[in-house]
Design a binder for this molecule. Structure first.
Ligand code: DC
Length: 229
């Protein structure tokens, strides 16, 4: 799918990659460093998942989930502490990291019509920003903004990503965290509709053996070069 979106008015830095690769940390850093608005698209899938669960809709039923999108408005309000997420006007930010929401978000995100709706909403959000944007997700470089000025695909081994997630949020054992991580990866990478993969012109940064400083230096360089072109 080609966006056909004209981007003269907004410069987009695309950050994609699997769960736990460090996308949020990198995106927040780049936002501060380059004065960009940070939009976390995963939070939008999570907000939709919350609504689907609340409505008692089966997350695997494509048409039922698509029907939910029709009456839904999800807004991201970037703050210094991350995105505030408004679901039909309600601030649901604090509810979106729950285990159940995470699992349902992965399931609702496989449906083609749901993704089409999300992509349109995400483009509109970015284009209304009126300033440069760093957008983080799974398909930003491939679908949402194929013309982004720089596309960074962050990756790391499942074990490393599991360890990082476990440190941030040790609600289940490390083994279980890694197992869930692999399960979610498999679903995100194998879905028919825009599977998780680097865009052809993305720069893949594998952070497995890198410390945070090294990662930040690398992404800073990539964005600085892109902005100076
Ligand atoms: O980044 P996250 O963990 O908050 O994302 C939650 C889920 O949403 C994840 O399973 C994949 C999906 N997602 C997606 O399919 N496309 C995006 N651009 C962002 C997230």
């Amino acid at each position: 799918m080609s966006s056909g979106v004209k981007q003269e008015s907004v410069k987009v830095v695309a950050i994609d990659g699997p769960a736990g690769a460090g996308k949020s940390t990198v995106a927040a850093h780049l936002a501060r460093r380059f004065g960009l608005l940070n939009l976390e698209t995963g939070a939008m899938y999570r907000a939709l998942a919350l609504k689907v669960s609340r409505d008692g809709v089966n997350p695997d039923d494509a048409s039922a989930v698509t029907a939910v999108t029709a009456g839904t408005k999800i807004l991201l309000e970037p703050t210094d502490a991350g995105n505030r997420v408004l679901l039909d006007g309600e601030d649901v930010t604090a509810l979106l990291r729950a285990q159940e929401v995470t699992a349902v978000a992965s399931r609702v995100s496989v449906h083609a019509d749901v993704r089409r709706w999300m992509v349109a909403e995400q483009r509109a959000l970015a284009l209304s920003a009126g300033q440069g944007v760093v957008m983080e997700g799974r398909d930003i470089g491939t679908e949402v903004f194929p013309d982004a000025i720089v596309k960074i695909f962050l990756d790391a081994s499942a074990e490393m990503r599991g360890e990082r997630r476990f440190e941030q949020n040790p609600v289940i054992s490390l083994d279980e965290t890694v197992r869930e991580m692999k399960e979610r990866d498999a679903r995100d990478r194998s879905r028919a509709e825009s599977p998780l993969r680097p865009a052809g012109d993305a720069i893949v940064v594998d952070t497995t053996g890198m410390n945070l400083d090294e990662v930040m230096t690398r992404v800073d360089d990539l964005v600085r070069v892109a902005f100076s072109r």
